[in-house]
Design a protein around this ligand. Structure first.
Ligand SMILES: O=C(O)[C@H](O)COP(=O)(O)O
Length: 206
């Protein structure tokens, strides 16, 4: 039995293009983001993958990415769960601010800590640790059981909600997680062992 889990960050959003902190705000995909999602679907199809179940967040940039991928696979009706647990990390008071302006105001180091550290919270927002605290229980309760049953599972979510999950899957630490970046629209293909640890991991480049 194969235990397939594929994670994909949404395609470029309108606020990614404007370099704005986004969090729980709900911009759509740019034309480039739509193409990135379609390319992800084509890569998965070329890899011979299809899916029995899908999960996404409550935000349209991830939902639209998932819809485009499934359309490219010719499988628009895959059972799909949408849950706030997979939402992007909430950037709180930073939402809507330009990231370069934030660096000017608070300094590169402080902004890097807010964006990439494990336990430093942006003002009024969530740290990655806070994000793990809602993503991991959902993964264990909803996503992992499907994978262990042999269902091929696709998760379309966000840069930091997926960093939270990849941290656990890849055994990263608070010291190593800051260097993890997830590109938009690049599928991560995991094959899990029966004990739910990772057997193989593959990044599908277009
Ligand atoms: O929420 C956002 O601003 C982006 O989707 C992710 O931002 P980051 O890459 O700065 O964490």
């Amino acid at each position: 039995m194969d235990r397939i889990l594929v994670l994909v960050r949404h395609g470029q959003s309108e606020w990614n293009l404007k370099n704005l902190f986004t969090g729980w705000k709900d911009p759509g995909l740019t034309e480039k983001g739509v193409e990135e999602a379609r390319a992800a679907g084509r890569s998965l199809k070329a890899r011979g993958l299809n899916f029995d179940r899908a999960f996404t967040s409550n935000l349209v940039r991830a939902q639209h990415t998932l819809k485009l991928i499934l359309s490219e696979l010719g499988a628009p009706d895959v059972p799909t769960a949408r849950d706030l647990a997979l939402n992007e990390r909430d950037y709180g008071d930073l939402c809507g601010l330009n990231k370069d302006d934030a660096r000017e105001k608070w300094g590169d180091e402080q902004v890097h800590l807010w964006r990439r550290s494990y336990d430093v919270q942006p003002p009024g927002g969530e740290s990655l640790k806070d994000t793990v605290a809602r993503v991991l229980p959902y993964y264990i309760q909803a996503i992992l059981p499907a994978v262990l049953r042999g269902e091929r599972v696709l998760v379309a979510a966000h840069g930091n909600s997926l960093r939270a999950l990849v941290m656990v899957l890849d055994g990263l630490t608070p010291q190593t997680i800051p260097s993890l970046e997830l590109a938009t629209g690049l599928p991560l293909v995991y094959r899990l062992k029966p004990d739910s640890t990772v057997e193989t991991k593959e990044i599908l480049h277009p």
